[in-house]
Design a protein around this ligand. Structure first.
Ligand code: NAP
Length: 248
């Protein structure tokens, strides 16, 4: 089950956290994985080493997901070297937190450029190649706060909610080409992004999580593996919540 031998995948924001866990998991199952990152080359090397330690392999793909031309060039290059592209995971994301009334135009622009435009550039570049392969899996990593909203996260929540509409549209548009598009909505996951939370806020969040713990990046990667697999071929346009029951 969940055999990805012969598949070529790309995971954005795979140098750390959730993206790293997804890259390692897909590689372990046999996919060749393009490991995208923005700046942190050493962390990306560690992802590649972990993929190899898990018996898989892949390559590093440094680019900024908000740079349309760079995304297309990287995706096309990967497909040209490996003979196609089958799985694309739009995971790279940033959270620029702050109350709405203090939000700068640039905070909003940066959030959408990375979280929304970045995902759509990846989808556009990769769906074209998935059509050639007559098989494709597009996944976007959103967030529980795109569903619930959160104080201080208006821009972030809006950007994550946007991914759900995008995935539903891509699902409808390319279903006839054997391409699925789904969203994974993590709750609070133990990564660099949440490490910055003050202890008091952490405890408060945990009170609202029925399963009583923060999620791990591997919890999210397991969902990504399922949605990227052959076995999920009849699942499209869906949001899979990986949130410990925080939002049901
Ligand atoms: P993280 O630890 O902060 O890692 C972010 C990753 O995204 C890094 O690999 C980073 O690359 C990359 N990245 C950021 N901006 C980029 C850009 N413009 N172009 C290419 N790569 C870029 O994040 P995480 O916690 O693993 O979160 C991953 C995704 O899950 C995000 O979309 C986030 O919104 C979502 N999410 C996270 C949580 C959570 O609790 N952690 C909850 C819900 C949703 P560098 O290393 O090069 O900087």
């Amino acid at each position: 089950m969940f055999d990805l031998q012969g598949r070529v995948a790309i995971v954005t924001g795979a140098s750390r956290g959730i993206g790293r866990a997804i890259a390692v998991t897909l590689a372990r199952q046999g996919a060749w994985v393009g490991v995208n990152y923005a700046r942190n080359a050493q962390a990306a090397e560690e992802t590649l080493a972990a993929m190899r330690a898990a018996g898989g392999d892949g390559e590093l793909l440094p680019f900024d997901v908000s740079d349309s031309a760079a995304v297309t060039e990287a995706v096309d290059g990967l497909a040209a070297r490996r003979g196609g592209l089958h799985i694309a995971v739009a995971n790279a994301g940033i959270a620029v937190d702050g109350l709405l009334l203090r939000m700068k135009d640039d905070d909003l622009a940066r959030t959408f450029a990375t979280n929304v435009n970045g995902a759509l550039y990846l989808a556009r570049a990769s769906v074209r190649l998935m059509m050639k392969a007559k098989w494709g899996r597009f996944l976007a990593v959103s967030s529980v706060v795109g569903q619930t909203g959160n104080v201080g996260q208006t821009a972030y929540a809006a950007s994550k909610a946007a991914l759900e509409g995008a995935a539903r549209s891509i699902a409808r548009e390319y279903a006839s080409r054997n391409i699925t598009a789904n969203v994974i909505a993590p709750g609070f996951i133990d990564t660099d992004m949440t490490a910055a939370l003050p202890d008091a806020m952490r405890s408060k969040i945990l009170e609202g999580v029925p399963l009583g713990r923060l999620g791990s990046a591997e919890d999210v990667a397991a969902a990504a593996l399922y949605l990227a697999s052959n076995e999920a071929g009849y699942v499209t346009g869906q949001v899979l919540n990986v949130n410990g029951g925080l939002y049901v």
